[in-house]
Each structure stands twice: as structure tokens, then as C-alpha cells.
Design a protein around this ligand. Structure first.
Ligand SMILES: Nc1nc2c(c(=O)[nH]1)N[C@@H](CN(C=O)c1ccc(C(=O)N[C@@H](CCC(=O)O)C(=O)O)cc1)CN2
Ligand SMILES: NCC(=O)N[C@@H]1O[C@H](COP(=O)([O-])[O-])[C@@H](O)[C@H]1O
Length: 211
């Protein structure tokens, strides 16, 4: 079994999709939040998953928070650390400690729209395709090697909320799949690019815009 630690900051819907996927070979060792009021904590605890809070506001700076977060996470002997709606920029020290075993889901088709407020920015720019990206995390924000993406059409009448809701459906499919590939040892990183080692049991994973 591979130990998976999931970091959240709020409702944790992506964490829930990963837990509900019951991924073969994955043990959800803990759900950790930087926010004491994160709704995902109660959801996880109700299902017997260990939870913890490390409030970033209790620390003088990023480095001290990240150092304490590493200590907390490492207590669960993680093979994989999953950022699922985790809303803190992590220091290079943290990212390097979990090199090639730290992933994130970002609500845009990276490299477009790094950072926050991605859906409103996509609408404001008039793009016709938006979506989500699962990637390995590097020190440079939202620029790590891409594992998988899902594209979603932007409709004329879309608001940030309607677009977010449509993309979230795909996040909830893409992220558990990416975790399953990692746990199965099917992901390889070379020269900043991720390749998927297919296995006989794999369904062809079609990554194409949904129209
Ligand atoms: N070093 C890295 N840290 C993080 C990455 C990354 O790729 N490299 N991904 C992010 C996730 N993320 C987008 O997917 C993201 C999260 C948070 C922020 C941000 O600006 N956070 C602010 C606080 C915002 C808030 O509390 O609401 C901050 O940290 O000052 C941008 C992008 C996770 N970390
Ligand atoms: N930059 C990070 C970021 O914006 N992540 C986004 O937060 C939303 C809530 O996630 P959740 O429902 O899993 O908590 C998700 O759409 C996720 O892509």
C-alpha cells in the first residue's frame, strides 16, 4: 500500500473524490488543512480518516509554517502528498523535500492562467476552452510537469461559478485517475515531461475537449 496524505483548505471536494474512488493500493493516511474551519476535515473524520490542522496564521513566516507542515506530514510516512484545493504557496524547501511525490490540481489548462481566479480570467480573456490540470508541484507556482488535463468549453453565458462547476466535474474524474497512476508506478518524469506507462488493464484515457 502507498500512503497518501491530502492537504486541503476548504470543502475538500477533490479530496472526497479521491477517497470515494477507493484507489487500489492507496491508503489515505491523513487529511491535513491549514484552515481550522475547512469543511473537508469533518467529512474525512466521519469516515475514520485521520485529520489534522496546522493553522498558517500561527506562524511568523512561510518557512516556519512549511517546516512544521513537513514534520506533521512525515509522521504519516507519505509516498504521495496530494494538494486538493490547498491554498498556500509552498516554499522551495517544502517542494524539494517531496520532489516527484507532490501533486496538485489546478483549475485551468496550464500554462494558461496560473495563480488564482482562473475562471473569471478565462472568461475575461474570451478563451473558448478552459479546464483543469493535474501536475507535479515545483517551486515555481503552477509550472510543474503536467500529468493530465481535461478541457471544457467556455459558453457565452458562463459566469465564473458556472464554469467552475462544469470544470469541477472533470477534476473529480481526473484527480483520482492521476493518483491511481502514481500509486501504480505508471508515471515517469523526464526533462520536465510526464509519460504514462500503459498497463494491460488500462482503459485508453482519452484527454479531449468535451463538446
Ligand atoms: N511552490 C508551489 N506551491 C503551490 C503550488 C505550486 O505549483 N508551487 N500550487 C498551489 C495551488 N494553487 C493553484 O493551483 C495556488 C494556491 C494558492 C495560491 C495563492 O496565491 N495563495 C496565497 C493565499 C491565498 C488564500 O489564502 O486564499 C498565498 O499563499 O499567499 C496560488 C496558487 C499550492 N501551492
Ligand atoms: N490554486 C488551487 C485551486 O484554486 N484549486 C481549486 O480549488 C477548488 C476547490 O477545491 P476543493 O473543492 O477540492 O476544496 C478546485 O476547483 C481546485 O481546482
Amino acid at each position: 500500500m502507498k500512503n497518501v496524505v491530502i492537504l486541503i483548505s476548504g470543502r475538500g471536494s477533490n479530496m472526497q473524490s479521491i477517497v470515494n474512488a477507493q484507489i487500489a493500493g492507496a491508503h489515505i493516511a491523513a487529511v491535513i488543512s491549514n484552515r481550522p474551519d475547512a469543511a473537508g476535515l469533518a467529512w474525512a473524520a466521519e469516515r475514520g480518516i485521520q485529520t489534522a490542522v496546522l493553522d498558517h496564521k500561527q506562524f511568523a513566516d512561510r518557512e516556519s509554517f512549511d517546516g512544521a507542515l513537513v514534520e506533521l506530514i512525515d509522521a504519516y510516512a507519505p509516498d504521495l502528498v496530494v494538494l486538493a484545493g490547498f491554498m498556500r504557496i509552498l516554499t522551495a524547501g517544502f517542494v524539494n523535500h517531496y520532489a516527484n511525490r507532490l501533486i496538485n490540481v489546478h483549475p485551468s489548462l496550464l500554462p494558461a492562467f496560473t495563480g488564482l481566479n482562473t475562471h473569471q480570467r478565462a472568461i475575461d480573456e474570451g478563451v473558448k476552452l478552459a479546464g483543469c490540470t493535474v501536475h507535479f508541484v515545483t517551486a515555481e507556482l503552477d509550472h510543474g510537469p503536467i500529468i493530465a488535463q481535461a478541457a471544457v468549453p467556455v459558453l457565452d453565458q458562463d459566469t465564473a461559478d458556472t464554469l467552475a462547476a462544469r470544470i469541477l466535474v472533470h477534476e473529480h474524474q481526473l484527480y483520482p485517475q492521476a493518483v491511481a497512476w502514481f500509486v501504480a508506478g505508471q508515471l515517469r518524469i523526464a526533462a520536465g515531461k510526464v509519460s504514462l506507462l500503459q498497463t494491460a488493464s488500462d482503459q485508453p484515457f482519452i484527454q479531449s475537449p468535451t463538446c
